[in-house]
Design a protein around this ligand. Sequence first.
Ligand code: ADP
Length: 469
Amino acid sequence: MSVFETVPEGTGLAVHNPATGALIATVRDYAPAEIAAIIDAADAARPAWAAETAKARAAVLRRWYALIMERQEELAALITAECGKPLAEARGEVAYGASFIEWFAEEAKRAYGETVPTFAVGKRVLTIKQPVGTCAAITPWNFPIAMITRKVGPALAAGCSIVVKPAEATPLSALALETLAREAGVPADLFRVTPSNDPAGVGALFCHHPKVRKLSFTGSTRVGKILMAQAAENVTRLSLELGGNAPFIVFDDADLDAAADGLMASKFRNAGQTCVCANRVLVQDSVHDAFVERLRAKVAALVVGDGAAPGTTIGPLINAAAVEKVESLVGDALAGGATALMGGHRSDVGASFFEPTVLAGVNPQMAIATSEIFGPVVPLIRFKDEDQAVRIANDTPFGLAAYFFARDLGRVWRVMEALEYGMVGVNDGIISTEVAPFGGIKQSGLGREGSRHGLDEYLELKYCLMGGI
Ligand code: ADP
């Protein structure tokens, strides 16, 4: 079975391998008007699905989960081909993505309402939770499977229908997910994937279509703001997972080896192209040089190459524009007085590759420290004390993930509480898991994905008052 359908070259959305530039496939390009009809069909399919028990829906979702895991290798190869990440990371993404389907299949069985002690004799107060309705989602290219399953898993488990527009660069693994969902028994119109070369048109449709009750978006803060403004028209419910500017703080009492390992995991995953990647590395003066020494050894061991080649740890960036952006941020930092301890330039492996880079002497006002780098660059910023570190860390409109390494228990609590972020990794550089609530504050977004809270994003809470008792 082919996991996605193609159309003749030149007639649809062309998907290229970022490592080689080669055309992988051309898939159907849906116009907003076609997607409007697909939303109507999704809305029509919804009542029958919502009327099933949570257990019956869970049985279908568990089959979908199992099929994804059976095809892990094939899906991982697809992710690597269209998004570039090393195969080992792509395998990890398939398992991580599938975990949301398993998790929410289980969790939806526990979407409890409550009875509330009454406020008046002869009256009773209770709440029930019901599916939001027909949903829409717009997803990015950096996790082409996981960013979809963490929306579609809870939506379907809760009894909603959902139409997903994947990123233009990575529709293939999204279409493969849809095929496997169908094979698992998810009704045909209930969950649809509609790649499109007109993202703005589809975004506007999702916000204006009267049957879309909720839109979930993962992507840039710029686009998130456009969608939020458009969603005002119908007061469409929103979940937004937007950009970050993660500080990674190494205090003088940290285990420096563990901190260096944590930074490698946080910074270089997907060549630095995740919204929770360490973006600014703050190191306390007294341990700065010792930390940098450990870091250099680890960065030197990275292997830049095609993600499909054995041993590669740093794949390409998603496209040439991404390389230009990283190059210009690095250039600006160097011009402003930073020093490149390692890298600092494009890689000669190919047009979409950038050398793993370590910059010392970065100051917090430089563009590289105020914007999302989305590339394999470590900007090192020195600080003197805890207050200064927290001040620098919080001095940003973003609030997605933050990390710090410290051993002193009082400091750990103080800093954990002081960081204005939706997620804080303490002595760990990897925080993502289906069991915990993922999401940001400030301009990093609205709502949470994963965990029991992720289900509530697809449920409405209804209060019922019963009188005459
Ligand atoms: P990135 O910079 O990571 O590509 P984007 O926010 O541009 O982030 O893209 C994330 C998703 O948003 C993609 O699916 C893209 O097609 C979509 N997108 C881009 N522009 C718009 C828009 N104006 N309205 C709705 N969706 C959009």
